[in-house]
Write a protein that binds this ligand. Sequence first.
Ligand code: GCO
Ligand code: MG
Length: 404
Amino acid sequence: MSNIKIRDIRAIATAPKGVDLVVVKVETTEPGLYGLGCATFTQRWQAVVTALEVNLKPILVGRSVDDIEDLWESAVGSSYWRRGPVLNNAISGVDEALWDIKGKMAGMPVYQLLGGRCRQGAAVYRHAHGESYADMKEEIQKYIDQGVRYVRVGCKEMDGTALAPIVKTDGAKEGAYFTNAGMPEFLSEMFRRLREDFRGQDIHFCYDVHEHMSPIEALQTAKAVEPYDLLFLEDALSPENSDWFRMIRMQSHVPIAMGELFTNPAEYKGLISAGMIDYIRCHISMLGGITPAKKLAVFAEFYGVKTAWHGPHDISPAGVAAQLHIDVNVPNFGIQEFYGFSEIEKEMFPGCPETKDGYLYPSEVPGLGIDLDEKMAKEYPAQFREHAHDWFLTRLPDGTPVRP
Ligand code: GCO
Ligand code: MG
């Protein structure tokens, strides 16, 4: 056991591309030895910073860096009430930083500490969205030209909002109005066209429902897109309606991905053990970091379920690096969502994982292989942003609020 201890824990809240990220830096009693981890909950980043600096720091500083599992359990148990996104993100930042430190101490990339590689790189899927089908198609081709073989698709022209203008009530409240009317038909037609337009090419599509459908709408949609060999249909139901996946499974063979909004691996138990889903979609910092994510991946492996960690714009490069070390390690890797890095991010986070021919590669340097230019991070401070009106305050035409 080393006698290296946690000397300081700091949250760095930065927005290099206008999306608020939280990175945690754990500094140790060994000069120059520190680790980085992702704690990004972009909609409530201030709460994560408070939980980390006010609540976690006092109980973790002074502890040995060695015992990641024990530190993780201590941190989770310390609030009694547990497993929410704010505290999980705070813990994740420390957890991933401790894995980074352990890799540096061992002189190995973190994937080696997890048991080595099952693959050299992780196949990624990118996002192709647009107002029109033509815009979306153009974006898909751009990714194909980069060697990407998996793309999440969607376009305003072919979804519920394309119907006749939404008729609201008098005195309608503010919100992002939408309708699912005709969605099964729209999506079926969109995938039929995509299959025609990209016939003979090695390209596979997925679609994200964002939990917007009622159970019966989700079942109708799963049956409507079944003929088009999707990579997966994502978050077809809200977590509260997960029981309905049984019905979808019994009536459709479309691959199901679920769990972006899950914050407790226990939410997966019934879905995975009953064979109702094919991919786990969680955001690993929302679970609490590498430690719980690796355990969940192992549980999923026993049931033939694959990983598809959440990885859009609201994850830091440290988070991308952390999940990538699990991606190359686990036998049941499915696919890795990847949003790409801006030039500013690449400069601010030396060691950003690189892509080639549709694969994302972890760094070979000890630890997670990512660093942070704190001075530059200060030049792009995180801000208060009111997200509700992005699209989270969604409403049906009559004003009924729908959780995204
Ligand atoms: C995904 C997510 C994103 C969300 C974002 C919300 O599958 O990548 O659903 O599309 O919009 O993560 O913060
Ligand atoms: Mg999603």
